[in-house]
Design a protein around this ligand. Structure first.
Ligand SMILES: [Zn+2]
Ligand SMILES: [Zn+2]
Length: 97
């Protein structure tokens, strides 16, 4: 059986759902390989949907344009929040004497 791996998810900026065609993978089984065409086999194709959130092309282009001017302050903030969200343990050195 052939597998078609499809990446599908939401753009975090405009909240639209997209299928990332450029990431789609066609995994032919031996039979399909012998036939020379993906999906050309008795069992047919299994569609394997993977979750994949990514900025859509429009938002990515917008972000890229923004970064040219503003220097990406949002990213810095997000990085800080991310570091804080982990519930970091303070790593005190303990001496056993
Ligand atoms: Zn197949
Ligand atoms: Zn978007």
């Amino acid at each position: 059986m052939c597998r078609l791996v499809v990446f599908k998810g939401t753009c975090p900026h405009c909240s639209d759902t997209f299928t990332w065609d450029e990431l789609t993978q066609e995994l032919s089984c031996l039979e399909a390989k012998n036939n020379g065409t993906f999906g050309l086999c008795k069992e047919g194709t299994l569609v394997d949907e993977k979750e994949h959130d990514q900025e859509c092309d429009a938002c990515a282009a917008e972000l890229e344009a923004d970064e040219g001017y503003a220097g990406g302050t949002d990213d810095a903030l997000e990085a800080l929040e991310f570091a804080g969200a982990g519930g970091k343990h303070k790593n005190k050195k303990q001496r056993t004497s």
